[in-house]
Design a protein around this ligand. Structure first.
Ligand code: AMP
Ligand code: ZN
Length: 459
């Protein structure tokens, strides 16, 4: 089956055909680095990583671009409030640049622990100010902007297509509007460039044709995506909360400048939810990956948990669900490890069964079920192992590198093993079998391996 992906723009499952044969350009909106990522954010990056791995499974060379939002993301989507990074700086006493560096490093560490492949290109908003200014100038030249007391704004009324991604009902919005627009002409208009305000008020600010200031959050993604992938590329993705505002605005900007809708496919991951609603970075009270690790949870158990839910379904997080995932992962690892050395070739029929699931809009829950069925199948162990390792290039569970913890085998069992070695050397087979049975009763399986006898606890 060829890869099919659900495109939010068309609201339908479409066959994926790369714009340039053999390649896929992928842009994922990255984190706003004013705090740690919570496990909800990380679910979105696990979804993006799964998408990338599936593209690669299909033989495509992926150019994966991820931005770091280190400036311009305001506390309110309505272009008001503080810049999140500057506000954190004011609260913590650290510089805005240090805040951004600290939480970027923490984010990269989270990705590593989750075995998320590093993007081909990392890009920072503060490293692309010239590109953003050039973009805004172009929009200005084309008549899409206007100036207010606090910035340069995008005039969304110039575009009939504005909000198509979100199936926005403009008339309904206008009728129901009760918000204070400030100097904005329309509720949907958004800031491209904000003025700095009083001197010394901001740490991150730049000169521009419109005066000292900083870029808006949406222009950064259009400008960086264009720089690193071109004005029209294969896939743009992010969390479902981006559909209504951020991604709609990215499309508006690029469509105004180039007439394209930026990406051929728009993919969105559903949210992770918790019963106690502790999943908001801005409230400062949320669950981090590091908190789970501190409780002795393997980060890949969280990855396994996320694999068990389709990316377009919301996932309810609970300790019980995480524990069940941890035990599922432990069983999977032990079974795969127990297969021994991988053979040369994976099994083509099983690979096709697996591919059919991941190519059906990244159906990892069903792909995982195929992996479990494979383990129970009658294939020779070496072929099973080679096939599982190939599956794992998409699952990302790092099954190849997992090793059981070396367990201390009790002295008594070691003594029985020694006696058994002598019994076998003397061809006293029934004595040797009796010693093995004794060890088994004590909870240890003795195995004969090319390296000699080995004992492992019976789980
Ligand atoms: P932010 O750092 O706030 O810009 O968010 C980073 C990414 O996490 C974005 O793609 C959001 O859509 C996504 N996100 C935010 N909250 C959640 C959540 N509870 N579950 C899944 N993804 C989320
Ligand atoms: Zn973005």
């Amino acid at each position: 089956m060829t890869l099919h992906l659900y495109d939010t723009y068309e609201r339908s499952l479409r066959p994926f055909e790369p714009i340039q044969a053999g390649m896929a350009g992928l842009y994922a909106c990255g984190p706003t680095v004013y705090d740690y990522a919570h496990i909800g954010n990380l679910r979105t990056y696990l979804f993006v990583d799964g998408l990338r791995r599936v593209l690669e499974f299909n033989g495509l060379q992926v150019r994966h671009v991820m931005n770091i939002t280190d400036v311009g993301h305001l506390t309110s989507d309505a272009d008001s409030g503080d810049d999140k990074v500057e506000a954190k700086s004011a609260r913590s006493g650290k510089s805005a640049w240090d805040i951004a560096a600290e939480f970027t490093a923490a984010f990269e560490s989270d990705l590593r622990q989750l075995n998320i492949l590093p993007p081909t290109v990392w890009c920072r908003a503060t490293g692309h100010i010239a590109e953003q200014i050039a973009f805004i100038r172009d929009l200005e030249g084309k008549g899409y902007t206007y100036r207010t007391a606090d910035g340069i704004y995008f005039d969304t009324t110039r575009q009939d297509s504005y909000g198509r991604l979100a199936r926005l009902n403009r008339d309904g919005l206008q009728a129901g509007k009760r918000v204070d627009l400030g100097d904005k002409r329309d509720i949907c208009d958004f800031a491209l460039w904000k003025f700095s305000g009083l001197p010394g008020q901001r740490q991150m600010e730049w000169d521009s044709p419109w005066g000292l200031g900083f870029p808006g959050w949406h222009i950064e993604c259009s400008a960086m995506a264009e720089k690193h992938l071109g004005a029209y590329f294969d896939i743009h993705c992010g969390g479902e909360d981006h559909v209504a505002v951020h991604h709609s605005n990215e499309i508006a900007q690029t469509e105004a400048r180039h007439g394209t809708r930026l990406a051929n496919f728009w993919l969105h991951g559903a949210f992770l939810k918790t019963q106690d609603a502790k999943m908001s970075k801005s409230s400062g009270d949320f669950l981090r990956l590091q908190s789970l690790v501190g409780q002795g949870v393997d980060p890949l158990a969280y990855r396994y948990l996320c694999l068990g839910a389709h990316y377009r379904s919301s996932l309810n997080f609970s300790d019980q669900a995480l524990l069940a995932a941890a035990s599922g992962l432990a069983r999977l690892r032990a079974s795969v490890h127990g297969l021994g050395e991988a053979g040369d070739e994976p099994d083509a029929a099983w690979l096709a069964r697996f591919a059919a699931q991941i190519n059906d809009d990244l159906n990892f829950p069903r792909a995982l079920a195929v992996a479990w069925e494979l383990l129970k199948s009658a294939l020779p162990d070496g072929v099973k192992k080679a096939t599982m390792l190939r599956f794992d290039t998409a699952l990302g569970l790092d099954l190849l590198n997992w090793q059981p913890l070396a367990v201390a085998v009790p002295q008594q069992v070691l003594a029985w093993m020694e006696e058994r070695a002598i019994a076998r050397a003397q061809r006293r087979w029934s004595d040797a079998d009796g010693l093995r049975a004794q060890a088994r009763e004590a909870g240890y399986e003795i195995e004969d391996t090319p390296q000699g006898q080995q004992a492992r606890p019976i789980s």
